[in-house]
Design a protein around this ligand. Structure first.
Ligand code: PBG
Length: 324
C-alpha cells in the first residue's frame, strides 16, 4: 500500500492510538541496578564521573537496595571495592570480604530484592587484571579456580545469582561445576558472554578502582569489530551451562543484541554501561540535553533490539518514571 492509501500518521494521531500500537514496552521488571560496595560505616563517597552514584558502605547499600525495591526494581548487582589488593585477589573470595558482607546485609534486611554478584578479579588484584598474571601474561586456566572460588563464596553468603565478567575461557563451566558440587545447583549463572574491550567502561574503573596497572584488556575482552565471534562466545557459554547471556556495552552493540536474540534461546541481558550513563549525565550538566528523555529512549532502544533484561545505573529513576 502506498500513499495516499497508506497514511502512517493516522495511527500516530493521538496518545491512545500510540499507546495501543506500541510494539515495545519497558517495564521496571527489566531492570537490574549496579551498586558499589566499600568497607566502613556510613560511607557514601561520590563517584565523580558518575553523578548520582557512590561507593557505599553496607548500611548505605541496604538503603539503596530498599529504594530500588520500593521503586519496583527486582534486582541489584553488587561490585566490591576492597580494602586490600594482592596478586591472587584474596579479598575476592574471603568469606568476610566486602561483597560477601554486602550480600548478607541486603539479604537480611531487604529480602524481597534479588541479589546478583559480579564475579571478577580485577578490583581485587594489585595489577588490576581480571585473571592471574604469570610473567606479564594473563594466565587463563590458573584464573578459573579463583573465579569459581569467588562465585562460590558469593553464593555461600546468600547471592541469588552470579555473573562472571572476567572473559576467561571456560569460566562458566568451572563455576557451574563448582556450584553443583557444593549443593548450589539451583543458583543461576548470568554470563557476561559477549563483553567487548570498550572505552565505555572508563567511569566504572574509577568507581571500582579497577583500572589495569599495565597493558589493557584486549587479550581477553572482545574486539569491537567482531560479531560472528559474539555468537561463538555466547554458544560456548550456553553449552557450559549459562542461564542468561549478557552483551556489554549496550548502545554501540544493539546489532549484537539483535543477533543473539535470534540465535540464542536464553534470556538476553544488556549492560547499559558506565560511559553510556556518564555521557548523558555530562550532557545534562551542560544543559544541552534532556537526560530523562534520553535515558528512557536509550533503555527502550536496548529492549527493542532484543534485550530481556537491562543492567542500568538509571534503574531507579527509570522505574519511577514508568510508575508515574
Ligand atoms: C569487571 C567489570 C567491568 C565492568 C563490569 N564488570 C569493567 C571492565 O571490564 O573493565 C564495566 C561496567 C561499566 O562500565 O558500567 N571486569
Amino acid at each position: 500500500m502506498l500513499f495516499p492509501d497508506f497514511r502512517g500518521r493516522r495511527l500516530r494521531a493521538n496518545k491512545n492510538f500510540r499507546r495501543m500500537i506500541r510494539e515495545t514496552k519497558l517495564s521496571c521488571d527489566d531492570f537490574i541496578l549496579p551498586l558499589f560496595a566499600i568497607e566502613g560505616k556510613s560511607v557514601k563517597k561520590p563517584i565523580d564521573s558518575m553523578p548520582g552514584h557512590f561507593q557505599l558502605s553496607c548500611d548505605h547499600i541496604v538503603t539503596a537496595a530498599k529504594e530500588a525495591c520500593d521503586a519496583g526494581v527486582p534486582a541489584i548487582i553488587l561490585f566490591g571495592v576492597p580494602d586490600k589488593k594482592d596478586p591472587l585477589a584474596t579479598r575476592a573470595y574471603a568469606s568476610d570480604a566486602i561483597v560477601q558482607k554486602a550480600v548478607q546485609a541486603v539479604k537480611e534486611q531487604v529480602p524481597d530484592i534479588t541479589v546478583i554478584t559480579d564475579v571478577c578479579l580485577c578490583a581485587y588484584t594489585d595489577h588490576g587484571h581480571c585473571g592471574v598474571v604469570e610473567n606479564g601474561i594473563i594466565d587463563n586456566d590458573a584464573s578459573l579456580d579463583l573465579l569459581a572460588k569467588t562465585a562460590l563464596s558469593h553464593v555461600q553468603a546468600g547471592a541469588d545469582m552470579v555473573a562472571p565478567s572476567d572473559m576467561m575461557d571456560g569460566r562458566v563451566g568451572e563455576i557451574r561445576q563448582t556450584l553443583d558440587e557444593e549443593g548450589f545447583s539451583h543458583i543461576p549463572v548470568m554470563s557476561y558472554a559477549v563483553k567487548y574491550s570498550s572505552a565505555f567502561y572508563g567511569p566504572f574503573r574509577e568507581a571500582a578502582e579497577s583500572a589495569p596497572q599495565f597493558g589493557d584488556r584486549k587479550t581477553y575482552q572482545m574486539d569491537p569489530a567482531n560479531s560472528l565471534e559474539a555468537i561463538r562466545e555466547a554458544t560456548m557459554d550456553v553449552e557450559e551451562g549459562a542461564d542468561i547471556i549478557m552483551v556489554k556495552p549496550a548502545l554501540s552493540y544493539l546489532d549484537i543484541i539483535y543477533r543473539l536474540k535470534e540465535e540464542i534461546d536464553l534470556p538476553i541481558a544488556a549492560y547499559n554501561v558506565s560511559g553510556e550513563y556518564s555521557i548523558i549525565k555530562a550532557g545534562e550538566m551542560m544543559g544541552w540535553v534532556n537526560a530523562k528523555d534520553l535515558i528512557m529512549e536509550t533503555l527502550l532502544s536496548i529492549k527493542r533490539a532484543g534485550a530481556d533484561l537491562i543492567l542500568t545505573y538509571s534503574a531507579i529513576e527509570a522505574a519511577r518514571e514508568l510508575n508515574k
